[in-house]
Write a protein that binds this ligand. Structure first.
Ligand code: SF4
Length: 507
């Protein structure tokens, strides 16, 4: 174990000096042993991990943080958030207590430790990113602190050696009335008190849950969580500042820089790789060119807008065609059917022009032509929300991108009304989300409103877990989830017929 020796340093500069020394010191250990489930992330990791672990672990943690952020954007209360986050944490960042006796304790804690530090690197470059990262990491810490095993939590807090002064019996007696008034404690109830500089517990001071005297806040034992959490945030904020200063040195590492850049971009909207399982939809066995009109009611606004524009103009410009073709490929439309779809949609041009100017690009998107790499990779993958939310804005006459970002607020409201979103509260909340650049949150809000009955049903009967209803960050996930929800109970018995409707198959 590495000893914490703070004794001869001015307390105000203590943390800074200590971090700095530690961050750039030679590695003092290779593999760390994690005694506690919770972590203040004071010591950076120094053992080796693979680049793949580096990226995967960071993406997993980012998923957790993004979901936490979505909970706060959606004003979910602490209990609802804890309930929602449970399966997400179990899947992406499990962290069991010692009493679980799990074989994977050290492995889980190592992933938690490393992923925190990787994201710290990715999100320390700007003030805005630092603030968001610190806020979300604090939320995560609080969530875990709350549901930690009681005894293990106490051991962890003791191990932190936080400089809290215990209030002695004499002082307790002297301040008894004031302490009782401040904490709402009843006569006869005994409890322990700590005193700390009042700036360290702003949350408690603001909520008037402590006694303030001579620059000190007197904090009852049961408010320990606020103290620990405030300490966590303070240490993290200081560390982020120091990391930001050290960042330029990392530019020289051309293995890490692109990964870190990609991760920080993922904070705009969490990235999601397209998974071929998105095209594998129970009950939706054959999609043809004729199915698209009917299926478009399940498309997210970005694709629905392209579909409507295509039907109105019998044409779409290059980037719109590319975005839409990849989406259709992603939902399972075959290359042949896709060519038929575009040929029929571009009804104002001749066959000859279509063959010469458009057919090749569709085949290219499917990996049917082009260089070896394109063909081996079977063309391009469907675009994620992140890609659509970060690419340059469309120019005049272009319709690609995400309408929550590219449309003016009034136009957005009209297009939403046109597709049936007529709830004034939802429209108002969408406007607010968009004003704060939370585009994918607005999209998820609309999704949840449009499918509220079905979502309630699958939640009530427990047939879908929280993971099946996590935040949508890919247009193809939107489609798949919408289709499945609207066809609940049809199992594998549905097939998309030539007219695009879904009919039951004979047993
Ligand atoms: Fe499409 Fe994503 Fe925008 Fe929704 S948030 S409209 S799925 S790009």
């Amino acid at each position: 174990m590495i000893r914490h020796d703070y004794s001869r340093v001015d307390p105000k500069r203590r943390a800074n000096l200590d971090y700095k020394k530690r961050q750039f010191a030679n590695a003092e250990f290779q593999q760390q042993n994690y005694d506690h489930r919770l972590n203040f992330y004071v010591l950076p990791p120094t053992a080796e991990i693979t680049l793949e672990e580096f990226e995967t672990w960071a993406i997993n943690r980012l998923k957790v943080l993004s979901e936490l952020e979505a909970c706060s954007f959606r004003n979910r209360g602490p209990e609802e958030t804890a309930e929602y986050m449970k399966s997400i944490l179990d899947k992406y960042l499990p962290l069991r207590s010692n009493s679980s006796k799990s074989q994977k304790l050290q492995e889980e804690r190592r992933k938690d430790h490393y992923s925190h530090f990787i994201l710290r690197l990715a999100f320390s470059s700007t003030e805005d990113l630092r603030r968001r990262f610190s806020r979300l990491e604090t939320m995560l810490f609080r969530l875990r602190f709350k549901d930690d095993d009681l005894r293990e939590r106490q051991e962890f807090v003791r191990s932190l050696n936080l400089e809290w002064e215990e209030v002695g019996e004499d002082e307790k007696r002297e301040l008894r009335d004031e302490l009782m008034a401040a904490s709402g404690q009843k006569k006869g109830e005994e409890q322990e008190w700590f005193k700390v500089d009042w700036e360290r517990v702003p949350e408690l001071v603001e909520q008037r849950r402590v006694l303030l005297k001579r620059g000190k806040a007197y904090v009852p034992q049961r408010e320990q969580m606020s103290l620990v959490v405030a300490e966590f945030t303070k240490k993290l904020d200081e560390a982020l500042e120091l990391t930001a200063r050290a960042l330029p040195r990392l530019d020289e590492d051309d293995r890490l820089a692109p990964i870190l850049a990609h991760l920080s971009q993922s904070f705009t909207a969490p990235d999601a790789a397209y998974s071929s399982s998105d095209a594998d939809i129970d009950g939706l066995s054959t999609i043809t060119a004729n199915s698209i009109d009917t299926l478009s009611q399940h498309f997210p606004l970005c694709m629905r807008n392209l579909h409507t524009t295509l039907r109105e103009n019998s044409h779409l410009k290059h980037f719109g065609r590319l975005q839409y073709t990849l989406f259709l490929k992603g939902i399972g439309l075959s290359l042949d059917e896709c060519i038929i779809f575009w040929r029929r949609s571009f009804k104002l041009i001749t066959d000859d022009k279509f063959q010469k100017e458009y057919r090749y690009n569709i085949r290219h998107s499917y990996g049917d032509v082009g260089g070896d790499a394109n063909r081996r990779g079977r063309g391009y993958t469907p675009y994620s929300c992140q890609k659509l939310l970060t690419e340059p804005l469309p120019g005049p006459g272009q319709s690609h991108g995400c309408p929550y970002r590219t449309f003016t607020p009034d136009n957005l409201t009209s297009i939403l009304q046109r597709v049936g979103v007529n709830d004034r509260d939802v429209l108002k909340s969408v406007k607010e989300d968009v004003g704060k650049q939370r585009y994918h949150v607005a999209c998820n809000r609309v999704f949840e409103w449009s499918h509220k009955r079905e979502i309630k049903k699958v939640k009530d009967d427990g047939s879908w877990g929280a993971n099946d209803l996590d935040t949508i960050v890919h247009p193809n996930t939107y489609f798949k989830r919408s289709w499945l929800l609207k066809h609940l109970g049809e199992g594998n018995a549905g097939v998309v017929n030539e007219g695009g409707g879904v009919e039951k198959m004979e047993e």
